[in-house]
Write a protein that binds this ligand. Structure first.
Ligand code: PAF
Length: 284
């Protein structure tokens, strides 16, 4: 595995390849990331992973400084997973000057759910993803980029961005990996105390129960659906969580379901347990 830090070195390493398969990460790699790398390997002619903790997507009060950085372990895992090129830019490599040109995803997709509770988050994500795409794919005939369904809204926003800018990149989704008890794997799980870790699975349980309740109540009944969503949040709050949202949405555009006609749905949620904010979702 070649490790490169600058955009020029990355492009030089990738020059013999025409169709890289790319996984963007912020490091602190867990089995979910490695599953994406495994999924990526047969899809392209080179497997590229980036590790970059992107300051642009963190609000000043969020965990940019304390975000777990586990460089040695990440390198070992990527080497073992058959990654060909690890791109680990320093901040000055990716943002040599303040990144004043930014991607602004549409409000109807980016200012709801996560974007409502983390204003500007998807501007930061879209900007870095666009820039990483330019680093990896410039001059290529095409390529593949893999994103986990765990960050469902992120996946959808990146898909739309690629579609609207006609980038020659195929976006491939990876399934969410879960611990034995059902907790979705996430770098932020490492922040949980032992007691919180035992409790953490209640978020996915709440999403499942909410999905089932809404399905049997009928999704077209918006008053009933909103009541069930509120009750699901109250139930989590009663266990000591601080829920931001638990919501049933259409998979196509993340808007609330509108008709009784069957349409693919997803139930998404975010809640804080202690000081750790967890997100999860389940496709119904
Ligand atoms: O999902 C993440 O880890 C980040 O949002 C990403 C896509 C690497 C952009 O910084």
């Amino acid at each position: 595995m070649k490790i490169v830090h600058t955009i020029a070195d990355l492009r030089a390493q990738l020059s013999p390849f025409q169709r890289p398969a790319f996984v963007a990460t912020m490091g602190n790699l867990h089995d979910g990331h490695i599953a994406l790398v495994n999924q990526a390997r047969p899809l392209g002619d080179a497997t590229v992973v980036s590790i970059f903790v992107n300051r642009l997507q963190f609000a000043p009060h969020e965990d940019f400084d304390t975000y777990p950085r586990t460089w040695e372990a990440d390198c070992d895992r990527l080497q073992a997973a058959g990654c060909d090129v690890l791109f680990a830019p320093r901040e000055t490599d990716l943002y040599p000057e303040p990144q004043t040109y930014k991607m602004h995803p549409p409000a109807e997709l980016a200012d709801i759910l996560e974007g409502h509770f983390r204003p500007g988050f998807f501007i930061g994500v879209s900007t870095v993803v666009m820039k990483l795409f330019s680093c990896v794919f410039a001059g290529k005939s095409g390529g593949i980029a893999l994103f986990g369904k765990k960050d469902y809204q992120q996946l959808m926003i990146v898909r739309r961005m690629v579609q609207q800018f006609a980038l020659p990149i195929e976006i491939v989704a990876g399934e969410t990996l879960r611990a034995a008890d059902g907790l979705a794997l996430s770098s932020r799980n490492g922040y949980l105390t032992t007691q919180e870790r035992a409790e953490a699975v209640q978020l996915s349980k709440a999403l499942k129960a909410l999905g089932e309740a809404v399905r049997s109540a009928g999704v077209a009944n918006s008053a009933k659906r909103e009541k069930l969503e509120t009750e699901a949040m109250q139930a989590l709050a009663a266990r000591g969580w601080q829920p931001d949202y638990l919501s049933v949405r259409r998979r196509a555009d993340l808007l609330p379901p509108s008709s009784a006609a069957p349409e693919p749905l997803v139930v998404l949620g975010a809640a804080k347990l202690g000081t750790t904010r967890l997100i999860d979702n389940l496709e119904l």
